[in-house]
Design a protein around this ligand. Sequence first.
Ligand SMILES: [Zn+2]
Length: 561
Amino acid sequence: MKKRGWEIAAAGALVVAAGGVLVWRMRGSAGETAELVAEGAEKVLRNPMRPPRGAPRVLVFALDGVGADELDAVIRGGRARNIAHLVGNPRRGDAGVYRHAYAAPGVLSILPSTTYAAWTSLFTGEPAGRTGVPGNEWFAREEDRFYAPAPVTVTEHTQALQVYTDQLMGRVTHVPTLYERANVRAYVSLASLQRGADLVTVPDPASFGQLVSAFAEGAEHGNVKREVYAKVDEGAAGSLLSIIEKRGVADLQVVYFPGVDLWTHVAPDPLTAQRQYVETVVDSVVGQVLGAYRRRHALKDTYVLFVADHGHTPVLSDDAHALGAEGDDEPPAVLRQAGFRVRPFKLTVGDDERDYQAVVAYQGAMAYVYLADRSACAAPGARCDWRRPPRFAEDVLPVVRAFDAANRTGAGVPQLRGTLDLIFAREPRPFGQDAAPYQVWDGERLVPIGEYLRAHPRPDLLDLERRMDGLSAGPYGNHAGDVLLLARTGIERPLSDRYYFSGIYHSWHGSPTDQDSRIPLIVAEPGGDGRQLRALVTGAVGAHPTQLDITRLILALLGRR
Ligand SMILES: [Zn+2]
């Protein structure tokens, strides 16, 4: 049954929840499902596909939400036997060098350290202010349209499905992708950005008979089983293995693991649960994929990478620490008290609901607030022209001051007292001009981030100025809002002093802190030499690469500079 080109499209609906992760929700009859299973779960994106070029190849294991320390602990713990065998033992006195691999140290994600933004930047090499994708959800004011491929403030999953049925991320990403730049045969297993690849595979629907969208309800209902998420990652690998059998290996292969992030969000002891998941589920899939390469004699000439979008910071799973969207004790109440009509928390709104003057989008540790020029749409029912920027003094500053007061004293919304770390804003620019970089509110005025940090050092917020510039400055910098709220968080703070913008979970991310931001970048070569790999990596992207260098590194490994 073909539908939209997918051999499995009628079998179920993809459901994506706060962490940017997904599950299948089954529908249709058992007979229909069986028929679809027989047909497989692949979609050819280029017809004809590029001919396979051969060595050198690159195989990328993309682990959602697995921070550098967690993956390092797993490898050194010795229980992830396939990964440990691939990289070999660490070389004493040679930081980051393994017998057959090199792990670049101190690699930071972009901001926000949140799924959709970070993967889009990783697979394009451009920051969010240029890609146009600043988070799991955002408001494109030039279109007056809300995007939520991974819904946080909204509940509809329409766009989560469109990520796979309509290549949503390819349509909203405004820069060339890795696959377009590499121009070699490329397969993508389950990754959200597919534009330019030859083929994408998703899990076999047979794996998901028992699956329900439990994750979307958050951690408060308890009783979540790891198997539900493992089936997504294992099922995706199953589809990929059958493709390799059928069509051979690609020159560039990305294998994405969304289930590990999803499980970490909802597991009661998140970081321990994550390590165990990598040791069992991820390691087993890695072993199967490497085995398929080995059987085709393709392993020796393949560079194998382990990368991630962000890490995870455990949080308290209660209403006091989850800064939600609906209700009089949540952040949007500050906007309503400041006189703004707030956009309803829905993906699409009716014609009678389009008179909103403020829009909110959540990214875990960060929240974006978009403001209209209210002077042109003051009366209830009047629709604002979102292509016009807000007025700085009359629209932006009152909102900054209101959040600052709520945070300092509890003014207006007592529950917000002490929940925010920093408030960012900037002078709005007209539509068509590059957005200016965000500045920090010091309690009295906006200050450039570098100047603020010189007066108020924050070593816990890593490389804050450069990363905030990447998010906020540039042609799509306004996709990150007119005001940005950074929640108090960080593994250095007590659990009770960490907050997050979303429903209730056991773990979140999105911040500039080390635990959320420091990601693995491991380059292995089966049977290769770790010191040579270090020379290769540093020669391609220097000794201190960031997430934005990974596309360039992959191009170099493919010999495609
Ligand atoms: Zn993620």
